[in-house]
Design a protein around this ligand. Structure first.
Ligand code: NAD
Ligand code: UDX
Length: 479
Protein backbone atom coordinates (compact mmCIF):
# COMPACT_ATOMS: atom_id res chain seq x y z
CA UNK A 1 0.00 0.00 0.00
CA UNK A 2 1.26 3.49 -0.76
CA UNK A 3 0.00 5.96 1.80
CA UNK A 4 -2.11 8.56 -0.02
CA UNK A 5 -4.41 9.71 2.77
CA UNK A 6 -3.68 10.22 6.45
CA UNK A 7 -6.23 10.98 9.14
CA UNK A 8 -5.31 12.12 12.65
CA UNK A 9 -7.75 11.76 15.54
CA UNK A 10 -7.04 14.61 17.96
CA UNK A 11 -6.23 18.18 16.85
CA UNK A 12 -4.29 19.18 19.96
CA UNK A 13 -0.73 20.28 20.73
CA UNK A 14 0.58 17.11 19.09
CA UNK A 15 -1.92 16.24 16.34
CA UNK A 16 -2.08 19.79 14.93
CA UNK A 17 1.64 20.60 14.57
CA UNK A 18 2.68 17.03 13.67
CA UNK A 19 0.17 16.71 10.84
CA UNK A 20 0.84 20.24 9.60
CA UNK A 21 4.51 19.34 9.19
CA UNK A 22 3.66 16.00 7.53
CA UNK A 23 1.43 17.90 5.08
CA UNK A 24 4.18 20.43 4.38
CA UNK A 25 6.81 17.76 3.80
CA UNK A 26 4.57 15.31 1.87
CA UNK A 27 2.64 17.44 -0.64
CA UNK A 28 1.23 14.32 -2.33
CA UNK A 29 -0.39 13.01 0.83
CA UNK A 30 -3.79 14.37 1.87
CA UNK A 31 -3.75 14.94 5.63
CA UNK A 32 -7.00 15.44 7.56
CA UNK A 33 -6.85 16.31 11.24
CA UNK A 34 -10.12 15.47 13.01
CA UNK A 35 -11.39 16.40 16.43
CA UNK A 36 -14.68 15.90 18.19
CA UNK A 37 -14.44 19.49 19.47
CA UNK A 38 -16.19 21.78 16.99
CA UNK A 39 -14.64 24.83 18.66
CA UNK A 40 -11.10 23.47 18.25
CA UNK A 41 -11.61 22.64 14.58
CA UNK A 42 -13.16 26.06 13.92
CA UNK A 43 -10.07 27.65 15.46
CA UNK A 44 -7.75 25.52 13.31
CA UNK A 45 -9.71 26.76 10.28
CA UNK A 46 -9.52 30.41 11.40
CA UNK A 47 -6.77 33.04 11.48
CA UNK A 48 -6.27 32.49 15.23
CA UNK A 49 -5.05 28.94 15.75
CA UNK A 50 -6.03 27.23 19.02
CA UNK A 51 -2.41 26.94 20.12
CA UNK A 52 0.52 29.34 20.02
CA UNK A 53 3.61 27.71 18.59
CA UNK A 54 6.39 29.63 16.82
CA UNK A 55 6.36 28.91 13.06
CA UNK A 56 3.09 26.95 13.13
CA UNK A 57 0.95 29.65 11.50
CA UNK A 58 3.27 29.75 8.46
CA UNK A 59 3.14 25.99 7.99
CA UNK A 60 -0.66 25.96 8.29
CA UNK A 61 -1.02 28.88 5.88
CA UNK A 62 1.17 27.09 3.38
CA UNK A 63 -0.83 23.82 3.37
CA UNK A 64 -4.37 24.41 4.67
CA UNK A 65 -6.97 23.84 1.97
CA UNK A 66 -4.36 22.22 -0.32
CA UNK A 67 -3.37 18.93 1.29
CA UNK A 68 -4.09 19.82 4.95
CA UNK A 69 -7.64 19.84 6.29
CA UNK A 70 -9.14 20.27 9.75
CA UNK A 71 -12.52 18.64 10.18
CA UNK A 72 -15.12 17.35 12.62
CA UNK A 73 -16.21 14.75 10.07
CA UNK A 74 -14.40 11.93 11.82
CA UNK A 75 -16.31 9.24 9.90
CA UNK A 76 -15.13 10.55 6.52
CA UNK A 77 -11.60 11.04 7.81
CA UNK A 78 -11.41 7.44 9.03
CA UNK A 79 -13.08 5.90 5.97
CA UNK A 80 -10.83 7.50 3.39
CA UNK A 81 -7.51 7.17 5.28
CA UNK A 82 -4.85 4.54 4.64
CA UNK A 83 -3.13 5.46 7.88
CA UNK A 84 -4.72 6.85 11.06
CA UNK A 85 -2.82 8.55 13.86
CA UNK A 86 -4.43 8.35 17.29
CA UNK A 87 -3.26 11.56 18.90
CA UNK A 88 -5.89 12.04 21.59
CA UNK A 89 -5.25 13.12 25.18
CA UNK A 90 -4.23 10.53 27.78
CA UNK A 91 -4.61 12.42 31.07
CA UNK A 92 -4.00 11.05 34.55
CA UNK A 93 -7.10 9.32 35.92
CA UNK A 94 -9.01 11.45 38.41
CA UNK A 95 -11.25 8.69 39.74
CA UNK A 96 -11.48 4.95 40.39
CA UNK A 97 -8.71 2.40 40.04
CA UNK A 98 -5.31 4.04 39.69
CA UNK A 99 -6.76 7.49 40.50
CA UNK A 100 -4.08 10.19 40.43
CA UNK A 101 -1.51 7.92 38.77
CA UNK A 102 -2.73 5.70 35.94
CA UNK A 103 -3.26 7.08 32.45
CA UNK A 104 -6.90 7.41 31.51
CA UNK A 105 -7.16 5.56 28.22
CA UNK A 106 -10.85 6.27 27.59
CA UNK A 107 -10.12 8.61 24.67
CA UNK A 108 -7.73 6.11 23.08
CA UNK A 109 -10.32 3.38 23.49
CA UNK A 110 -13.09 5.53 22.02
CA UNK A 111 -10.85 6.39 19.05
CA UNK A 112 -10.18 2.68 18.48
CA UNK A 113 -13.91 1.90 18.69
CA UNK A 114 -14.69 4.65 16.15
CA UNK A 115 -12.16 3.15 13.75
CA UNK A 116 -13.59 -0.34 14.29
CA UNK A 117 -17.12 0.94 13.61
CA UNK A 118 -16.33 3.03 10.57
CA UNK A 119 -13.45 1.43 8.65
CA UNK A 120 -14.34 -0.29 5.41
CA UNK A 121 -10.79 -0.90 4.11
CA UNK A 122 -7.36 -1.89 5.47
CA UNK A 123 -5.82 0.58 7.92
CA UNK A 124 -2.51 1.17 9.59
CA UNK A 125 -3.42 2.53 13.01
CA UNK A 126 -0.64 4.48 14.67
CA UNK A 127 -0.60 5.12 18.39
CA UNK A 128 0.94 8.59 18.71
CA UNK A 129 -0.52 9.44 22.12
CA UNK A 130 1.73 8.67 25.09
CA UNK A 131 0.41 5.49 26.70
CA UNK A 132 1.40 2.82 29.22
CA UNK A 133 3.31 -0.18 27.88
CA UNK A 134 0.91 -2.69 26.32
CA UNK A 135 -1.72 -0.07 25.43
CA UNK A 136 -1.39 -1.09 21.78
CA UNK A 137 -2.79 -4.45 22.87
CA UNK A 138 -6.05 -2.71 23.85
CA UNK A 139 -6.29 -1.08 20.43
CA UNK A 140 -5.46 -4.41 18.75
CA UNK A 141 -8.09 -6.29 20.75
CA UNK A 142 -10.82 -3.75 19.97
CA UNK A 143 -9.99 -3.58 16.27
CA UNK A 144 -9.45 -7.27 15.73
CA UNK A 145 -12.56 -8.27 17.72
CA UNK A 146 -14.64 -6.08 15.41
CA UNK A 147 -12.96 -6.77 12.08
CA UNK A 148 -15.25 -6.73 9.08
CA UNK A 149 -14.63 -8.98 6.06
CA UNK A 150 -11.90 -7.57 3.84
CA UNK A 151 -10.62 -5.16 6.51
CA UNK A 152 -7.26 -5.74 8.16
CA UNK A 153 -5.44 -3.64 10.72
CA UNK A 154 -1.80 -3.15 11.61
CA UNK A 155 -1.12 -1.29 14.84
CA UNK A 156 2.09 0.69 15.26
CA UNK A 157 3.52 2.72 18.12
CA UNK A 158 5.05 6.03 17.04
CA UNK A 159 5.44 8.23 20.11
CA UNK A 160 6.00 11.96 19.68
CA UNK A 161 9.05 13.68 21.13
CA UNK A 162 8.30 17.33 20.28
CA UNK A 163 8.51 19.91 23.05
CA UNK A 164 6.06 22.80 23.15
CA UNK A 165 7.50 26.15 22.16
CA UNK A 166 9.89 24.45 19.71
CA UNK A 167 7.46 21.98 18.13
CA UNK A 168 7.99 22.95 14.50
CA UNK A 169 11.78 22.82 14.68
CA UNK A 170 11.59 19.58 16.68
CA UNK A 171 9.39 18.03 14.00
CA UNK A 172 11.28 19.33 10.97
CA UNK A 173 14.69 18.47 12.40
CA UNK A 174 13.73 15.48 14.56
CA UNK A 175 16.80 13.85 16.14
CA UNK A 176 14.95 10.56 15.92
CA UNK A 177 11.62 9.08 14.92
CA UNK A 178 10.65 5.93 16.78
CA UNK A 179 8.38 3.30 15.24
CA UNK A 180 7.42 0.08 16.97
CA UNK A 181 5.43 -2.73 15.40
CA UNK A 182 4.69 -6.42 15.42
CA UNK A 183 7.41 -8.86 14.51
CA UNK A 184 5.41 -10.38 11.65
CA UNK A 185 5.78 -9.81 7.89
CA UNK A 186 2.61 -7.65 7.94
CA UNK A 187 3.84 -5.71 10.99
CA UNK A 188 7.23 -5.07 9.38
CA UNK A 189 5.55 -3.97 6.15
CA UNK A 190 3.43 -1.45 8.07
CA UNK A 191 6.57 -0.12 9.76
CA UNK A 192 8.17 0.37 6.35
CA UNK A 193 5.11 2.25 5.11
CA UNK A 194 5.23 4.70 8.02
CA UNK A 195 9.03 4.99 7.57
CA UNK A 196 8.35 6.00 3.96
CA UNK A 197 6.17 8.91 5.14
CA UNK A 198 8.90 10.22 7.48
CA UNK A 199 11.66 9.64 4.93
CA UNK A 200 10.20 12.52 2.93
CA UNK A 201 12.34 14.69 5.24
CA UNK A 202 13.98 12.61 8.00
CA UNK A 203 17.22 10.76 7.10
CA UNK A 204 16.61 6.99 7.28
CA UNK A 205 19.40 6.60 9.85
CA UNK A 206 17.38 8.74 12.27
CA UNK A 207 14.34 6.47 12.08
CA UNK A 208 14.55 3.79 14.76
CA UNK A 209 12.39 0.70 14.58
CA UNK A 210 11.68 -1.55 17.56
CA UNK A 211 9.06 -3.91 18.84
CA UNK A 212 5.81 -2.26 19.96
CA UNK A 213 6.48 -2.50 23.71
CA UNK A 214 10.01 -1.05 23.50
CA UNK A 215 8.60 1.89 21.59
CA UNK A 216 5.86 2.53 24.15
CA UNK A 217 8.28 2.22 27.09
CA UNK A 218 10.95 4.39 25.43
CA UNK A 219 8.58 7.36 25.40
CA UNK A 220 7.89 7.09 29.14
CA UNK A 221 11.59 6.48 29.75
CA UNK A 222 12.70 9.55 27.76
CA UNK A 223 10.39 11.86 29.69
CA UNK A 224 11.36 10.27 32.99
CA UNK A 225 15.08 10.79 32.23
CA UNK A 226 14.54 14.42 31.21
CA UNK A 227 12.49 15.21 34.30
CA UNK A 228 14.99 13.38 36.49
CA UNK A 229 17.77 15.69 35.28
CA UNK A 230 15.70 18.73 36.25
CA UNK A 231 14.90 17.31 39.68
CA UNK A 232 18.58 16.44 40.14
CA UNK A 233 19.76 19.99 39.44
CA UNK A 234 16.86 21.45 41.43
CA UNK A 235 17.86 19.31 44.42
CA UNK A 236 21.35 20.78 44.17
CA UNK A 237 19.93 24.29 43.92
CA UNK A 238 18.83 23.90 47.55
CA UNK A 239 22.37 22.86 48.49
CA UNK A 240 23.72 25.90 46.62
CA UNK A 241 21.44 28.29 48.49
CA UNK A 242 22.56 26.77 51.79
CA UNK A 243 26.28 26.89 51.03
CA UNK A 244 27.04 29.80 48.73
CA UNK A 245 27.66 27.66 45.62
CA UNK A 246 25.98 28.90 42.43
CA UNK A 247 23.80 26.31 40.67
CA UNK A 248 24.51 27.78 37.21
CA UNK A 249 28.23 27.34 37.78
CA UNK A 250 27.67 23.81 39.08
CA UNK A 251 25.50 22.95 36.04
CA UNK A 252 28.15 24.36 33.69
CA UNK A 253 30.91 22.36 35.35
CA UNK A 254 28.89 19.14 35.55
CA UNK A 255 27.43 19.45 32.05
CA UNK A 256 30.89 19.86 30.49
CA UNK A 257 31.42 16.12 31.06
CA UNK A 258 30.39 14.73 27.69
CA UNK A 259 28.89 11.69 29.44
CA UNK A 260 26.46 14.05 31.20
CA UNK A 261 26.00 16.89 28.68
CA UNK A 262 24.77 20.45 29.23
CA UNK A 263 21.07 20.24 28.34
CA UNK A 264 18.17 20.05 30.80
CA UNK A 265 20.32 21.20 33.70
CA UNK A 266 18.58 24.55 34.14
CA UNK A 267 17.51 24.85 37.77
CA UNK A 268 14.05 26.36 38.01
CA UNK A 269 10.95 26.89 40.02
CA UNK A 270 10.11 23.25 39.08
CA UNK A 271 9.07 21.58 35.85
CA UNK A 272 5.55 21.86 34.48
CA UNK A 273 3.77 20.91 31.28
CA UNK A 274 1.27 18.27 30.35
CA UNK A 275 3.80 15.45 29.98
CA UNK A 276 6.46 15.01 32.66
CA UNK A 277 4.28 14.57 35.73
CA UNK A 278 1.62 12.57 33.90
CA UNK A 279 4.09 10.25 32.21
CA UNK A 280 6.15 9.61 35.34
CA UNK A 281 2.96 8.87 37.30
CA UNK A 282 2.07 6.52 34.48
CA UNK A 283 5.48 4.80 34.79
CA UNK A 284 5.16 4.58 38.58
CA UNK A 285 1.73 2.98 38.30
CA UNK A 286 3.03 0.53 35.72
CA UNK A 287 5.90 -0.46 38.06
CA UNK A 288 3.49 -0.93 40.96
CA UNK A 289 1.26 -3.13 38.80
CA UNK A 290 4.33 -5.14 37.78
CA UNK A 291 5.20 -5.57 41.49
CA UNK A 292 8.37 -3.49 41.20
CA UNK A 293 7.96 -1.20 44.26
CA UNK A 294 11.64 -0.15 44.42
CA UNK A 295 11.51 1.07 40.83
CA UNK A 296 8.23 2.88 41.48
CA UNK A 297 9.73 4.58 44.53
CA UNK A 298 12.81 5.67 42.59
CA UNK A 299 10.75 7.57 40.00
CA UNK A 300 8.31 8.87 42.63
CA UNK A 301 11.21 10.79 44.14
CA UNK A 302 11.61 12.80 40.90
CA UNK A 303 8.06 14.08 41.39
CA UNK A 304 8.46 14.61 45.15
CA UNK A 305 11.49 16.77 44.50
CA UNK A 306 9.56 18.80 41.95
CA UNK A 307 6.79 19.49 44.47
CA UNK A 308 9.45 20.37 47.05
CA UNK A 309 11.03 22.86 44.65
CA UNK A 310 7.73 24.66 43.94
CA UNK A 311 6.89 24.78 47.66
CA UNK A 312 10.39 25.87 48.63
CA UNK A 313 10.30 28.78 46.18
CA UNK A 314 6.87 29.98 47.28
CA UNK A 315 7.84 29.69 50.93
CA UNK A 316 10.87 31.86 50.22
CA UNK A 317 8.62 34.54 48.71
CA UNK A 318 6.36 34.61 51.76
CA UNK A 319 9.19 34.51 54.31
CA UNK A 320 11.03 37.34 52.57
CA UNK A 321 7.92 39.51 52.64
CA UNK A 322 7.99 39.48 56.48
CA UNK A 323 6.00 36.23 56.62
CA UNK A 324 2.81 37.85 55.44
CA UNK A 325 1.46 38.61 52.01
CA UNK A 326 -2.08 39.37 53.15
CA UNK A 327 -3.43 42.30 51.09
CA UNK A 328 -0.05 42.79 49.43
CA UNK A 329 0.08 43.29 45.66
CA UNK A 330 2.19 40.63 44.01
CA UNK A 331 2.95 40.80 40.30
CA UNK A 332 3.20 37.37 38.69
CA UNK A 333 5.23 37.60 35.48
CA UNK A 334 4.56 34.59 33.27
CA UNK A 335 1.85 31.99 33.72
CA UNK A 336 2.60 29.41 30.98
CA UNK A 337 4.71 26.38 31.94
CA UNK A 338 7.60 27.57 29.77
CA UNK A 339 8.29 30.35 27.29
CA UNK A 340 6.91 30.42 23.73
CA UNK A 341 3.71 28.58 24.55
CA UNK A 342 0.32 29.61 25.88
CA UNK A 343 -0.09 26.19 27.53
CA UNK A 344 -0.64 26.33 31.29
CA UNK A 345 -1.04 22.63 32.05
CA UNK A 346 0.79 21.80 35.33
CA UNK A 347 2.48 25.21 35.18
CA UNK A 348 4.44 25.94 38.37
CA UNK A 349 2.85 29.42 38.26
CA UNK A 350 -0.42 27.79 39.30
CA UNK A 351 1.10 26.41 42.50
CA UNK A 352 2.77 29.73 43.31
CA UNK A 353 -0.39 31.75 42.61
CA UNK A 354 -2.63 29.39 44.57
CA UNK A 355 -0.40 29.44 47.62
CA UNK A 356 -0.14 33.23 47.59
CA UNK A 357 -3.92 33.54 47.16
CA UNK A 358 -4.46 31.20 50.11
CA UNK A 359 -2.24 33.57 52.14
CA UNK A 360 -4.47 36.52 51.22
CA UNK A 361 -2.31 38.16 48.52
CA UNK A 362 -3.71 40.23 45.65
CA UNK A 363 -2.26 38.93 42.41
CA UNK A 364 -1.56 40.95 39.28
CA UNK A 365 -0.80 38.47 36.53
CA UNK A 366 0.75 39.10 33.14
CA UNK A 367 1.63 36.55 30.50
CA UNK A 368 2.23 37.44 26.84
CA UNK A 369 0.32 34.44 25.44
CA UNK A 370 -2.04 32.99 28.05
CA UNK A 371 -5.68 34.07 27.72
CA UNK A 372 -7.27 35.55 30.89
CA UNK A 373 -9.99 32.87 30.87
CA UNK A 374 -7.35 30.18 30.95
CA UNK A 375 -5.71 31.76 34.02
CA UNK A 376 -9.06 31.92 35.82
CA UNK A 377 -9.79 28.35 34.78
CA UNK A 378 -6.52 27.10 36.27
CA UNK A 379 -6.96 29.05 39.50
CA UNK A 380 -10.53 27.93 40.05
CA UNK A 381 -10.02 24.35 38.89
CA UNK A 382 -12.11 22.21 41.28
CA UNK A 383 -9.13 20.06 42.20
CA UNK A 384 -7.50 23.11 43.77
CA UNK A 385 -8.58 24.86 46.92
CA UNK A 386 -9.28 28.51 46.04
CA UNK A 387 -12.92 29.53 45.99
CA UNK A 388 -13.91 31.12 42.65
CA UNK A 389 -15.10 34.31 44.44
CA UNK A 390 -11.70 34.71 46.15
CA UNK A 391 -9.95 34.31 42.84
CA UNK A 392 -12.23 36.84 41.11
CA UNK A 393 -11.77 39.33 43.95
CA UNK A 394 -8.03 38.97 44.35
CA UNK A 395 -6.74 38.34 40.84
CA UNK A 396 -6.32 40.93 38.13
CA UNK A 397 -4.99 40.04 34.69
CA UNK A 398 -2.90 42.70 32.96
CA UNK A 399 -2.04 43.48 29.33
CA UNK A 400 1.53 44.49 30.03
CA UNK A 401 4.21 43.72 32.58
CA UNK A 402 4.42 47.43 33.45
CA UNK A 403 0.75 47.57 34.34
CA UNK A 404 1.04 44.41 36.49
CA UNK A 405 3.95 45.73 38.55
CA UNK A 406 2.52 49.19 39.27
CA UNK A 407 1.94 49.44 43.02
CA UNK A 408 3.31 45.92 43.61
CA UNK A 409 5.21 44.96 46.76
CA UNK A 410 6.94 42.16 44.90
CA UNK A 411 7.48 40.65 41.45
CA UNK A 412 7.48 36.88 41.14
CA UNK A 413 8.88 35.75 37.80
CA UNK A 414 7.49 32.32 36.95
CA UNK A 415 8.14 31.91 33.19
CA UNK A 416 11.34 32.70 31.29
CA UNK A 417 9.74 34.81 28.50
CA UNK A 418 12.51 36.72 26.67
CA UNK A 419 10.65 40.04 26.95
CA UNK A 420 11.11 40.00 30.75
CA UNK A 421 14.87 40.26 30.31
CA UNK A 422 14.61 43.63 28.56
CA UNK A 423 12.08 45.31 30.86
CA UNK A 424 13.08 48.77 32.12
CA UNK A 425 13.62 47.86 35.76
CA UNK A 426 14.57 51.41 36.75
CA UNK A 427 11.13 52.52 35.63
CA UNK A 428 9.57 49.52 37.36
CA UNK A 429 11.37 50.26 40.63
CA UNK A 430 9.91 53.76 40.64
CA UNK A 431 6.31 52.54 40.43
CA UNK A 432 6.61 49.73 43.00
CA UNK A 433 6.02 49.82 46.76
CA UNK A 434 9.22 49.96 48.82
CA UNK A 435 11.06 47.89 49.79
CA UNK A 436 10.68 46.40 46.33
CA UNK A 437 11.27 42.66 45.91
CA UNK A 438 11.97 40.51 42.88
CA UNK A 439 11.88 36.70 43.02
CA UNK A 440 13.41 35.32 39.84
CA UNK A 441 12.17 31.74 39.55
CA UNK A 442 13.97 31.24 36.24
CA UNK A 443 17.37 32.83 36.82
CA UNK A 444 17.04 35.04 33.73
CA UNK A 445 17.49 38.55 35.13
CA UNK A 446 20.66 40.49 35.83
CA UNK A 447 20.56 40.27 39.60
CA UNK A 448 23.47 42.55 40.31
CA UNK A 449 21.99 45.31 38.17
CA UNK A 450 18.65 44.89 39.93
CA UNK A 451 20.31 45.15 43.32
CA UNK A 452 22.08 48.29 42.20
CA UNK A 453 18.73 49.86 41.41
CA UNK A 454 17.60 49.04 44.93
CA UNK A 455 15.62 45.85 44.57
CA UNK A 456 15.78 43.02 47.09
CA UNK A 457 16.45 40.05 44.83
CA UNK A 458 16.07 36.33 45.43
CA UNK A 459 16.60 33.58 42.91
CA UNK A 460 17.04 29.83 42.60
CA UNK A 461 20.29 28.14 43.52
CA UNK A 462 22.26 31.23 44.41
CA UNK A 463 22.57 33.28 47.55
CA UNK A 464 22.64 36.97 46.64
CA UNK A 465 24.46 39.52 48.77
CA UNK A 466 22.34 42.11 50.51
CA UNK A 467 21.26 45.13 48.53
CA UNK A 468 23.20 47.71 50.58
CA UNK A 469 26.63 46.20 50.12
CA UNK A 470 26.16 45.76 46.38
CA UNK A 471 24.93 49.31 45.93
CA UNK A 472 28.10 50.56 47.59
CA UNK A 473 30.11 49.12 44.68
CA UNK A 474 28.66 51.70 42.30
CA UNK A 475 26.21 51.55 39.43
CA UNK A 476 26.04 48.76 36.85
CA UNK A 477 24.48 48.57 33.42
CA UNK A 478 20.95 47.20 33.18
CA UNK A 479 20.08 43.78 31.71
P1 NAD B 1 -4.65 17.84 23.66
O1 NAD B 1 -5.54 17.73 24.82
O2 NAD B 1 -4.05 19.15 23.27
O3 NAD B 1 -5.40 17.28 22.36
C1 NAD B 1 -6.10 16.09 22.31
C2 NAD B 1 -7.33 16.29 21.42
O4 NAD B 1 -7.94 15.03 21.20
C3 NAD B 1 -8.42 17.18 22.03
O5 NAD B 1 -8.65 18.29 21.19
C4 NAD B 1 -9.66 16.26 22.12
O6 NAD B 1 -10.88 16.94 21.85
C5 NAD B 1 -9.34 15.25 21.05
N1 NAD B 1 -10.05 13.98 21.15
C6 NAD B 1 -10.24 13.19 22.25
N2 NAD B 1 -10.89 12.07 21.90
C7 NAD B 1 -11.13 12.14 20.57
C8 NAD B 1 -11.74 11.27 19.63
N3 NAD B 1 -12.22 10.08 19.99
N4 NAD B 1 -11.82 11.67 18.34
C9 NAD B 1 -11.31 12.85 17.95
N5 NAD B 1 -10.70 13.71 18.80
C10 NAD B 1 -10.61 13.35 20.08
O7 NAD B 1 -3.47 16.77 23.90
P2 NAD B 1 -1.97 16.83 23.34
O8 NAD B 1 -1.15 17.73 24.19
O9 NAD B 1 -2.00 17.04 21.86
O10 NAD B 1 -1.49 15.35 23.65
C11 NAD B 1 -1.96 14.25 22.91
C12 NAD B 1 -1.13 13.04 23.27
O11 NAD B 1 0.24 13.26 22.88
C13 NAD B 1 -1.09 12.74 24.76
O12 NAD B 1 -1.05 11.34 24.93
C14 NAD B 1 0.23 13.35 25.21
O13 NAD B 1 0.77 12.71 26.34
C15 NAD B 1 1.11 13.10 24.01
N6 NAD B 1 2.22 14.06 23.85
C16 NAD B 1 2.03 15.39 24.12
C17 NAD B 1 3.09 16.28 23.92
C18 NAD B 1 2.92 17.75 24.21
O14 NAD B 1 3.91 18.45 24.22
N7 NAD B 1 1.73 18.25 24.44
C19 NAD B 1 4.32 15.81 23.44
C20 NAD B 1 4.46 14.46 23.17
C21 NAD B 1 3.41 13.59 23.37
C1 UDX C 1 8.53 17.46 27.18
C2 UDX C 1 9.69 16.74 26.47
O1 UDX C 1 10.83 17.60 26.43
C3 UDX C 1 9.28 16.34 25.07
O2 UDX C 1 10.33 15.61 24.45
C4 UDX C 1 8.05 15.48 25.16
O3 UDX C 1 7.63 15.09 23.86
C5 UDX C 1 6.93 16.23 25.88
O4 UDX C 1 7.39 16.64 27.18
P1 UDX C 1 7.53 19.91 27.09
O5 UDX C 1 6.86 19.51 28.36
O6 UDX C 1 6.69 20.48 26.00
O7 UDX C 1 8.29 18.66 26.46
O8 UDX C 1 8.68 20.98 27.41
P2 UDX C 1 10.15 20.87 28.05
O9 UDX C 1 11.04 21.75 27.29
O10 UDX C 1 10.58 19.47 28.22
O11 UDX C 1 9.94 21.53 29.49
C6 UDX C 1 9.18 20.91 30.50
C7 UDX C 1 9.33 21.69 31.80
O12 UDX C 1 10.64 21.55 32.32
C8 UDX C 1 9.08 23.19 31.65
O13 UDX C 1 8.35 23.66 32.75
C9 UDX C 1 10.48 23.77 31.64
O14 UDX C 1 10.52 25.10 32.06
C10 UDX C 1 11.18 22.84 32.61
N1 UDX C 1 12.65 22.77 32.44
C11 UDX C 1 13.18 22.34 31.26
C12 UDX C 1 13.47 23.13 33.49
O15 UDX C 1 12.99 23.51 34.56
N2 UDX C 1 14.83 23.03 33.33
C13 UDX C 1 15.40 22.59 32.18
O16 UDX C 1 16.65 22.52 32.11
C14 UDX C 1 14.54 22.23 31.11
Amino acid sequence: MVIEKICCLGAGYVGGPTCSVIAMKCPNIKVTVCDKSVERINQWNSDKLPIYEPGLQDVVNQCRGKNLFFSTDIAKGIREADLIFISVNTPTKTFGNGKGRAADLKYVESAARMIADLATSNKIVVEKSTVPVKAAEIIMKILRANTKPGVEYQILSNPEFLAEGTAIVDLVEAERVLIGGEDTPEGQKAIQELCWVYEHWIPAKNILTTNTWSSELSKLAANAFLAQRISSINSLSAVCEATGADVSEVARAVGRDSRIGPKFLEASIGFGGSCFQKDILNLIYLCECLNLPEVAEYWQQVLNLNDYQKTRFTRKVIESLFNTVTDKNIAILGFSFKKNTGDTRESPAIHVSKTLLDEGAKLHIYDPKVEPDQIFYELTNPYLTSEPEVVKRNVEIHDTAYSAVTGAHAIVLCTEWDEFKSLDFKKIYEVMMKPAYIFDGRKILNHEALQNIGFHVQTIGKRLSRVGSIRAQGSQTMP
